[in-house]
Design a protein around this ligand. Structure first.
Ligand code: PLP
Length: 396
């Protein structure tokens, strides 16, 4: 077993460790107790810190400060966008269609499903084997009836990157609004909201060294808006509720750092990720790399291992001191293969044996050596068990 004092964390797409400077800023912020909406000095102090954080988040994505407001995370930001559509368009109106990709996060797919139940027509765009949206399919689905196009910038399971600037041009040519879920893209690849020209973008702090439960929504100046949270005048009425001061202060610090990290991911992390992919391909037979092609995040490697269950691999790696996640959505007894792997036409059996290794800034090449010390043996053992159990089952 790996020395348990040195855990190897390869699940950074699920969440990142709190960055040390973020933690220090948050600890300091514990002394600031004023309500940022209060007019007295304590309130103004808190509000100034929120403004500072907003400035840093806006700068990170090259937005105006008044185009960014804080939410409880990516999920709330995504839901807010679909709520805008629900409140601003009618199912029996002229613009009653929505376009999403088939590999969106559930926090986009489920609000889209809710709009479908209300009578809106939802188009689910297919992707190619690399997880890239087929632009021809977008062009044939879009029309003057489209209210919103929502396509994620980077996928959370296989890391595929979409050409958001091109997709936005097509959306705007049809006078449709454009949203991108940028939760996985921020801090990993350069992300300039002005170049992309989207109307809405969702961000989350805990994917870039910030705390969980805080995020932001970018709303382009003059884009239509309707609040999801009602009951207060905070953020100019855009999001009611006393703000998560400490989380937001940490987010501001994380945003400052995230401006510099795309280069580190490209120069340092991508080669480490590629090395693991090459070593797995060379040393373990019957595998499929699901994160493929040129247009992928620098930190995600998704691999299917034939004849081994993803959850068993995860638990054995965990026991060896290595944290990864499964590619299939097995949470709460749901054994359906991941909708993302199904969208790239992965074999459903193989999809059950998929693992996502997601690297963060702290990972090193030695971590890859440690993974390779345990992984081939784990897969071999699990395959033997699965052969024995299929023989037993066949003999029944
Ligand atoms: N969108 C994507 C692509 C994600 O990967 C996640 C989280 O995993 C979310 C949205 C939700 O973000 P949050 O955890 O901040 O609600």
């Amino acid at each position: 077993m790996n020395n348990m004092n040195k855990r190897i964390y390869l699940d950074n797409s699920a969440t990142t460790k709190l960055d040390d400077d973020v933690k220090a800023a948050m600890i300091q912020a514990l002394n600031v107790f004023g309500n940022p909406s209060s007019l007295h000095r304590e309130g103004r102090m808190a509000n100034n810190l929120i403004c500072e954080s907003r400035k840093n988040v806006a700068k990170l994505i090259n937005a105006q400060e008044n185009e960014v407001f804080f939410t409880s995370g990516g999920t709330e930001s995504n839901n807010t966008v679909f709520n805008i559509i629900l409140k601003s368009f009618k199912p029996d109106g002229d613009r009653n269609e929505i376009i999403v990709s088939s590999i969106e996060h559930p926090s986009v797919l489920e609000p889209a499903g809710q709009l479908a139940r209300q009578g809106f027509k939802v188009h689910y765009l297919p992707v190619n084997k690399e997880g890239i949206v087929k632009i021809d399919e977008l062009k044939s689905a879009i029309s003057h009836r489209t209210a919103l196009v929502s396509i994620m910038a980077a996928n959370n399971e296989i890391g595929s990157l979409q050409n958001i600037a091109e997709i936005t041009k097509i959306a705007h040519a049809n006078e449709a609004l454009m949203h991108t879920d940028a939760v996985q893209a921020i801090g990993k690849i350069p992300f300039d909201i002005k170049q992309l020209d989207v109307d809405y973008a969702s961000i989350s702090a805990h994917k870039i060294g910030g705390a969980k439960g805080v995020g932001a929504l970018f709303v382009k100046n003059n884009a239509i808006y309707s609040p999801l949270m009602l009951g207060g005048h905070q953020c100019g009425g855009r999001r009611a509720g006393t703000q998560n001061l400490i989380g937001i202060i940490g987010f501001g610090q994380a945003a400052k750092k995230a401006a510099t990290t795309p280069k580190i991911y490209l120069d340092k992390i991508k080669p480490i990720r590629d090395r693991l992919g090459n070593l797995i391909s060379a040393n373990i037979p019957n595998i499929v790399i699901n994160s493929r092609g040129e247009n992928i995040l620098p930190n995600i490697l998704n691999v299917s291992f034939a004849g081994a269950e993803g959850e068993s691999i995860l638990l054995k790696l965990d026991y060896a001191g290595i944290a990864v996640s499964t590619g299939s959505a097995c949470a709460s007894g749901d054994t359906k293969p991941s909708h993302i792997l199904m969208a790239i036409k992965a074999d459903p059996e193989l999809a059950h044996g998929s693992i996502r290794f997601s690297f963060g800034l702290e990972n090193t090449s030695q971590d890859v050596d440690t993974v390779m010390k345990y992984l081939p043996e784990i897969i071999k053992d699990l395959r033997e068990i699965s052969t024995i159990s299929s023989e037993v089952n066949n003999g029944r």
